[in-house]
Design a protein around this ligand. Structure first.
Ligand code: ZN
Length: 231
């Protein structure tokens, strides 16, 4: 969708779609996504993880399952009020590029810090399953976009970001106090590359509908459905 200033309203988590399918990315941005039920279990898990990381953050540490980060000399971002603003207020890190024609805004889950002070964007990912090997490639643009937002807001930014995965350890275990396993995924980020990709994304959005992508399940589903309904 566009802002009243006629700029495309983009968010880091919405960039995922461009890599998946440019036709769906075009349609989702021109018409709003189809309504869906809120993912309440995922939001609850996000809150749990924020509280968990904050509990250790107060001591400049990470939860024990994330000790690997401390070994790499990475620290949690310590300014909790600022972090909470970035977490709750989607326009806190907003950037506007009038020349290209977009506004990029969105909330971030967490921020880590390199020994030299550069910021490392981080996103919690909770799931019923362990992350697939290639899972991180789908989130690279999201994490790089957070990096770009930090950079344009005057913060030094690292060339890496992290996905903090938490997933159900044993689905066959009938215990109600579910145990989670965790996994840390490194995602290299390139701010110059994401800035160029945003230019490409806006060019796609400014162009005509790219046509039904035969390789995309969502495109073929909607095409088949509208054909059946209008028959
Ligand atoms: Zn599609």
């Amino acid at each position: 969708m566009k802002t009243k200033e006629n700029l495309w309203k983009l968010s880091p988590s919405g960039l995922y779609g461009y890599t998946e399918c440019q036709s769906c990315f075009w349609a989702d941005n021109h018409f709003r996504k189809a309504p869906m039920l809120p993912l309440l279990l995922n939001s609850a898990m996000d809150s749990i993880l924020k509280n968990r990381f904050d509990k250790y953050r107060a001591d400049g540490a990470f939860p024990p399952e994330m000790l690997e980060l401390e070994k790499m000399d990475i620290k949690p971002f310590g300014e909790i009020e600022k972090l909470n603003d970035w977490r709750e207020n989607s326009s806190a890190l907003r950037i506007v590029d009038e020349k290209v024609g977009y506004v990029l805004s969105g909330k971030i889950d967490d921020v880590l810090v390199e020994a030299d002070g550069r910021l490392i964007p981080a996103d919690y990912k909770s799931s019923g399953n362990a992350p697939a090997e290639d899972k991180q490639k789908y989130y690279a643009d999201q994490l790089a976009a957070y990096g770009l937002m930090f950079s344009k807001n005057g913060y030094p930014v690292s060339d890496r970001a992290y996905l903090l995965h938490y997933f159900v350890k044993d689905k066959n275990d009938g215990a109600i106090d579910v145990t989670f396993d965790s996994h840390l995924d490194l995602v290299p980020i390139d701010l110059g590359a994401i800035e160029q990709k945003l230019v490409d994304m806006v060019a796609v959005l400014n162009g005509p509908y790219p046509g039904i992508n035969e390789d995309c399940d969502k495109c073929t589903y909607y095409a088949g459905r509208s054909e059946a309904i209008t028959k």
